[in-house]
Design a protein around this ligand. Sequence first.
Ligand code: HEM
Length: 258
Amino acid sequence: YQPTKLAADEGLFKTETGAPMVVFGIVDEKNQQVKYAIEIPKLLSWLAFGDWNAKVLGLHDAAKYVWYQQVLNNPNYANEKVKKQVVDSIMKAYGVNPNDPNANEKMVKVLEDALPVAFMFYAYRVMVGLGTLFILIGLVGVLLLLLGKLYDARWFLKVLVVTVPLPWLAGEAGWFTHEVGRQPWMVWGMVTVNNGASPNVSTTSVLITLIGFVVVYSILFYIWLHFVRKLIREGPEPVEGDVTSKPAPAVSVAGGGQ
Ligand code: HEM
């Protein structure tokens, strides 16, 4: 549904049939290519369309498709007059004169330039990479539990501690993928973000709200850190009747058990 986002997520500059999925690579935006790409052949076509040989649009062709098919041929308008008003206002928001004979090509360029491909490509891979890592960690945890070694495997417990902040990172990366990838649309093909921003909300109001959020979340973060620290100091409670856990150590931890 959002072919420019797909192209940017995958660093796909040129349209391909049987497009591969790039596991990792270095995006070279200037030369419009992904260097040192590690690819799985045809997988992107299958993931996107359920067909190993489906055509996946590259960024330029995707921008063309969005403008000509999803904007100019959008069937959701009451009539042609309303549609023209909306399309003209989108063009004007980007300094394109609707009467310019090249107006449509200029809008394709606007849509193409709205997406920072390298940023999208990496953000998407941070999310999916971490998601895959979480699945693997879960599987290793289950395996260790079944072997009765979960609570003795210090190396694994250390890995778990290090991974605590990673779901937040994955969530932010996923959100970037979603929000940056839909640019410049607020409502896909109809309302752009700059047309949709409310003129009644001043920059100062936005700034004050943002500062409010930062303050409230910083306080919550501090409280969270405080409680996590307390829980760690107290140590785990012994689990009764659990054959996979070790008996609780007889040594009492300072400040614990009160
Ligand atoms: C194998 C792992 C994963 C895959 C294949 C995957 C795939 C996706 C896809 C396709 C999108 C939609 C992007 C878009 O079109 O807007 C998305 C969005 C998102 N993902 Fe992931 N993801 C994975 C793991 C994760 C993990 C582990 C997290 C967080 C802990 C996460 C958080 C998000 C968030 C917050 C969004 C944006 C949702 C929204 O605002 O609509 N993802 N993901």
